[in-house]
Design a protein around this ligand. Structure first.
Ligand code: ZN
Length: 164
């Protein structure tokens, strides 16, 4: 396990000042966020929240996948979520190339065929944000009073722009 030594050492330091014990797992700020895995994104920091405040769901592109939708449904019904943010971002790798181009790039990097794997390239970010917002709003297990918003995050300015 030497590959993880530095991270486990950091974890021991983290645990020395650990102050999140006793949390009950609800989203204290009532927020769930779906966003991209991109390392330029600080999901809590960019909306002024702290650990314990929100449910954060991340994947390539920041899409409302089937599993993200399950998490949102659980969040709004069991974990006091009443605001759902769906956030894609500028200069996203998933939106910078077509599905075929992404598969070709992946295949070259992996040194083996990747054409069989569905990656979920985003063709039009505004359109997918609107579709994902609609997917959440129209779900039978998401109450009408739950606010669902779609946004584009600018990784160069740090600003969120409302889309839907
Ligand atoms: Zn991205």
């Amino acid at each position: 396990m030497a590959d993880f030594d530095d991270l486990l050492a950091a974890n021991r330091s983290f645990a020395e000042t650990f102050d999140l014990a006793g949390f009950d797992g609800i989203a204290r700020a009532g927020v769930a966020m779906v966003t991209c895995m991109d390392s330029r994104i600080d999901p809590l920091g960019m909306i002024g929240l702290s650990p314990g405040d929100a449910k954060i769901l991340r994947n390539p592109g920041g899409r409302v996948t089937d599993q993200a939708l399950v998490a949102i449904v659980l969040g709004v019904n069991l974990l006091q979520v009443d605001r759902v943010m769906i956030i894609e971002h500028t200069r996203c790798a998933m939106a910078s190339a077509s599905e075929d181009e992404l598969k070709a790039r992946l295949g070259r990097a992996a040194g083996t065929d990747a054409s069989w794997m569905s990656l979920g390239a985003v063709d039009d970010q505004h359109a997918t944000i609107r579709a994902d917002v609609q997917r959440v709003r129209s779900h039978p297990l998401v109450r009408p009073d739950v606010a669902v918003g779609g946004f584009l995050y600018d990784v160069d300015s740090g600003l969120l722009s409302p889309v839907e």
